[in-house]
Design a protein around this ligand. Sequence first.
Ligand code: FMN
Length: 324
Amino acid sequence: MPKNKLNINDIKVIQAPLAGISDIVFRGQIRKHSLSCLMTTEMISSEMLCNNPNPRIIQFEEFEYPLSFQLVGHKVDKMVKAAKIISPYASMIDINCGCPVKKVVVSGDGSAMMKTPKLACEILSAIKEATNLPVSAKFRLGWSKSQENFIEFGKALQNAGADFVTLHARTRADMYQGSADWNKIKLLVDELDIPVFANGDIKTLDDAKKCLELTNARGVSIGRGIMGDFTLPYRIEKYINEGIIIPDPTLEERILMLKEHLHLEVLNMGEINGVKFMRKFYNYYISSVRNASKYRSVLVTLDNEKEINKVLDEILLIHSKNLV
Ligand SMILES: Cc1cc2nc3c(=O)[nH]c(=O)nc-3n(C[C@H](O)[C@H](O)[C@H](O)COP(=O)(O)O)c2cc1C
């Protein structure tokens, strides 16, 4: 199984976990460009996995590896049991200590784990011992501005045996508002011996470059930046490994990517579901176009691939003639 090939030192770019977004098509499109980007599953509830170990949640195609499985939960026994279930399929395991959503934090999961660092450490070391896999954790700056504890939290996880950590440089109270504070990532990098991956608002190669220069992080974890540009992980890796800067995709290239994404989702889910699913992505693909929100509001009303492609062609035509 390819999962054994993972060498932590080779990881430069991580596809951040994206619940409801990252499916087999999404990962396949990233892989077309980057063979080494570490993919991550969307968060998998340890409770759900223990109650119903459905193979569809844990079995992946060979091209999706290296693949980190992200677990969410706060009960040591459930997290260890879930980790054992996934361990034959996982290149490594990531512990979710960053999800801000109310229904997750209410039971002490996700970013609420930052309030219980001892428990987070207990879970991490128990999973490592039970599976013998590399284990990482993804967390935020803290619960709120006045409760920022990312340095103590990171140090505690390092002592518990974390192979690396990913810091999303916002607090739980920020949710997704405001800007990620990359200066805080630098503070963590300076304090830890294990690799730190920078996360939050890295949407272009230039963002990655600036963030890495500022923070000296080992690499980056990208979520929304990939949602309109599947070449981004590859281009960041090329920059980190060889210093080569490949320009951002043109609008024409983005629209081609969008059409292909749409087509593959239609094949994967059927036209009704595929078209509905793709509504989450338009903002990202056409964000650079003038009147993007106007086009998006049209695209989300369409329910078949042919009509969507027609509107995309119109956008391209208008844009290329500068008729916006
Ligand atoms: C739709 C969506 C789903 C997400 N799902 C997860 C998840 O399952 N686990 C997790 O740790 N973070 C999740 N996140 C947070 C992202 O991994 C990432 O930390 C955040 O979006 C900031 O990075 P970005 O600016 O590169 O997107 C999600 C974010 C979004 C927008």
